[in-house]
Write a protein that binds this ligand. Structure first.
Ligand code: TUI
Length: 314
């Protein structure tokens, strides 16, 4: 499927999803992205159903454009969030950190499109059989919870394995990345880290500045031994956690140590002791700008890159 067809399917102008990041992708950012022609996605994260309901209603007040909700399947509130999504109605849901199989039927019956995040070909195949509308193939370059395969290797393998539209995620922050994703067989892209520096993004300014200051090697995957590897910006918290893992500290203790550290970074700006999730593209990101500018410049750059490559080939 081409980018244009994905846009037609979802009623959006640009084939760009804004990653549904916990604590970050709230109504303010989501409405700005959707209003500007991308697909804004609320990050339900660890929040409860009532919070998600309020966010959905607020986005609807701010824009009449399509938007989505990301449901993080490790959350204890998954059931009530799914109920809220069904009751309120949204264009689409994405899921993360698990298999959304048991919710597909109800969502489809309500006309809600479902694009789960997958980090393997096997899960993409399984979910295609269960009737999802597309998948987001996310490589280990991305921020937050990551799989093991890179975007460069994962996207073409998923695109070959299924007939559904594939949205590429992980390692994409500009028009060059978008053009590359199309070359690999994607119909669209999802970006998280780039939207953390959107002007409308409600995070602490220190988090935005840390991403802008970061270089190519400034992220690290923590929590490998817990079974939930998470990519964050290198800091004191990452060093402490890595040291605890080396010493063989139990999974429970590691999880306890990590609790509350993400909002500490994202909302309160604790860049040393908090857990500031970010993708490897942090080093590419240079400034805070409105979501509409981010979308426009990426589309323009992707267009230029694709045209130039075509001319050079001819
Ligand atoms: O979900 C994310 N990124 C996230 S979730 C998160 S919050 C969190 N809380 C506690 C522990 C860990 C994280 C922070 N960042 N991205 C989407 C994503 N999904 N990446 C990888 C996956 C994934 C992994 C395994 C999706 C499916 C999956 O399948 C398991 C299965 O059942 O086959």
């Amino acid at each position: 499927m081409l980018g244009k067809e994905l846009c037609q399917l979802l009623g959006i102008r640009y084939p760009i999803f804004q990653g549904g990041m916990a604590w970050i992708s709230t109504a303010e950012l989501v409405a700005a992205v959707s209003e500007a022609g991308g697909l804004g996605i609320i990050g339900a994260g660890h929040a409860d159903g009532q919070w998600v309901r309020e966010q959905i209603r607020e986005v609807k007040q701010r824009t009449d454009k399509p938007f989505g909700v990301n449901v993080m399947l490790l959350s204890v509130y998954v059931e009530e969030i799914m109920q809220v999504v069904l009751e309120e109605g949204v264009c689409l849901i994405t899921t993360g950190a698990g298999n959304p199989g048991k919710y597909i039927e109800a969502l489809k019956a309500r006309g809600i499109r479902i694009f789960p995040v997958v980090s393997s070909v096997a899960l993409a195949r399984r979910l295609e059989r269960l009737g999802v509308d597309g998948v987001i193939a996310e490589g280990m370059e991305s921020g937050g919870h990551v799989g093991e395969t890179t975007t460069m290797a994962l996207v073409p393998q998923v695109a070959d394995a299924i007939k559904l539209p594939v949205v590429a995620a992980g390692g994409i922050a500009d028009g060059r990345g978008m053009a590359a994703a199309f070359a690999l067989g994607a119909s669209g892209v999802q970006m998280g880290t780039r939207f953390i520096v959107a002007k409308e993004c409600p995070v602490h300014p220190a988090y935005q500045q840390a991403i802008i200051r970061a270089g190519d090697r400034d992220t690290i995957v923590t929590g490998q031994s817990t079974g939930h590897p998470v990519r964050i910006l290198r800091n004191r918290f990452a060093r402490q956690l890595t040291e605890m893992e080396k010493q063989g500290v139990s999974r429970e203790e590691l999880e306890k140590f990590g609790q509350g550290k993400y909002p500490a970074a994202a909302l309160h700006g604790d860049m040393d002791g908090g857990s500031p999730m970010a993708g490897q593209v942090a080093g590419l990101i240079k400034q805070v700008e409105p979501a509409a500018e981010i979308l426009k410049s990426i589309m323009q750059e992707a267009d230029q890159v694709l045209k130039r490559l075509w001319r050079e080939k001819a």
